[in-house]
Ligand binder design. Structure first.
Ligand SMILES: Cc1cc2nc3c(=O)[nH]c(=O)nc-3n(C[C@H](O)[C@H](O)[C@H](O)COP(=O)(O)OP(=O)(O)OC[C@H]3O[C@@H](n4cnc5c(N)ncnc54)[C@H](O)[C@@H]3O)c2cc1C
Length: 381
């Protein structure tokens, strides 16, 4: 019997491309500037505020039905709704027992045993020391970190040596597109590491379970899967450079070039000047620079990392480290074996939980007012 065909129905589920990302996230003012959307797309650039823009037409707008395995920019975005539970199961093969800290195996206080690292680091130098040991032992071939340029502008950079890691140590409270660089460098380094805040890490992890899922390194002799490492940082909020640079000069009455270190702790924004003087003001003075994405985020501890480092929870001069995956554990063990770090079990979990709870409250209030205004609120159930 002859069948009359009325329509062709494509069996392929079309990708959601940049226009959907723009409508849902960018135009809604909730882009976190994590830069994952630009990691695998040559057509997206990140502007000075950390926001993605299309440089050339999106593939999907010029006739393609599908972009990569899922939709690349949209599916790597941490500010669209997705299931945290599914991502956690896919990542760790299990789900959390502790609601506040995410899935983890161990909590540690970590300090670098290398004087030259400790002197330059933000806290205990855990991130730099663990990565330096990983580089030395070949566990990683390079790490994407945030380097400080003139006047506290930042740039994502690849560090292939301990010296390059050290020159990028220390916290920069400005959005830095490390995830974008990570996406590009994957083409060169199979065992690459990324340092980033919760949104950067969640986006990169989403990419690992979509576009990167079946990517292999192919040589003449063999095929090997990618071996990527995600190092998270605790993060309450992260500021766009154009706003925070002006606000810092205004509030402290100093030129940015005179600042050698910045820190946010116990509600204070603290700067250290070249001459050693320390000044502090309430962090609330910088509220005008806090992006809406930070107010909506509930991921203080970068829950999808292999390991996360932060300041609170341990005494001054140490870093708190949450070891989540087997890979994270291997990194810590290697750094201990090579004499890069010392560890102890003294972590004040209540301090971390206090910040997680503050962040959740902020999210609830922001979500409530956005819902009233009929604005998009991502859900992570
Ligand atoms: C925006 C931001 C907000 C933070 N807020 C908190 C907080 O509220 N409470 C808390 O306890 N800790 C917070 N941290 C983490 C803390 O400041 C330290 O980074 C952490 O304790 C690790 O210290 P360390 O001495 O082990 O790291 P280091 O050895 O000094 O290494 C730090 C690493 O982080 C990288 N890095 C620095 N800035 C960025 C950035 N913006 N994006 C991506 N990578 C970066 C560096 O390049 C380096 O590789 C925040 C970090 C950031 C970036």
């Amino acid at each position: 019997m002859e069948v009359e065909i009325e329509n062709f129905i494509p069996l392929m589920k079309p990708s959601k491309g940049f226009s959907e990302l723009k409508k849902t996230v960018i135009d809604q003012g909730i882009c976190s500037g994590c830069s994952n959307c630009a990691a695998f797309c040559e057509r997206i650039i990140i502007n000075e505020d950390g926001i993605p823009e299309l440089e050339k037409d999106c593939n999907l707008e010029i006739g393609a039905v599908k972009c990569s395995t899922e939709g690349t920019c949209y599916d790597c975005c941490p500010m669209v709704s997705y299931s945290k539970q599914d991502l956690e199961q896919d990542t760790f093969g299990s789900v959390r027992e502790d609601e506040d800290l995410g899935f983890y195996q161990k909590l540690l206080a970590v300090r670098s045993k290398k004087k030259e690292i400790l002197e330059r680091a933000q806290d205990g130098g855990a991130v730099t020391a663990i990565l330096a040991a990983a580089l030395k032992s070949g566990l990683i071939g390079g790490a994407i970190v945030a380097n400080r340029m003139d006047n506290w502008k930042t740039e994502a950079q690849i560090a292939r040596t301990p010296e390059e890691l050290m020159s990028a140590s220390g916290t920069k409270y400005t959005r830095t597109p490390t995830a974008m660089k990570f996406g590009k460098m994957i083409r060169e380094i199979r065992n690459l590491a990324l340092v980033g805040t919760g949104c950067q890490i969640a986006g990169a992890r989403r990419a690992m379970h979509s576009i990167l899922k079946d990517v292999v390194e192919k040589t003449k002799e063999s095929e090997r899967p990618l071996d990527l490492t995600l190092i998270g940082l605790f993060c309450f909020e992260n500021f766009p450079y154009p706003c925070i640079s002006k606000a810092l000069e205004r509030e402290f009455g100093v030129n940015l070039e005179d600042i050698v270190k910045t820190d946010i702790t116990k509600g204070k924004f603290i700067i250290t000047k070249k001459d050693g003087e320390e000044l502090s003001v309430s962090v609330k003075k910088f509220n005008e620079c806090v992006p809406e994405s930070c107010n909506l985020c509930i991921d203080f501890t970068a829950e999808f990392s292999d390991l996360t480092a932060g300041s609170i929870g341990t005494e001054t001069g140490w870093s708190t480290v949450i070891v989540r995956s087997e890979k994270g554990m291997k990194l810590v063990e290697k750094a201990l074996e090579l004499g890069y770090i010392e560890t102890k079990d003294e972590v004040d979990v209540s301090q971390i939980k206090k910040n997680v709870s503050l962040k959740k409250k902020k999210r609830e209030a922001t979500a409530e007012s956005r819902n009233k205004e009929g604005k998009y609120v991502p859900e992570y159930k």
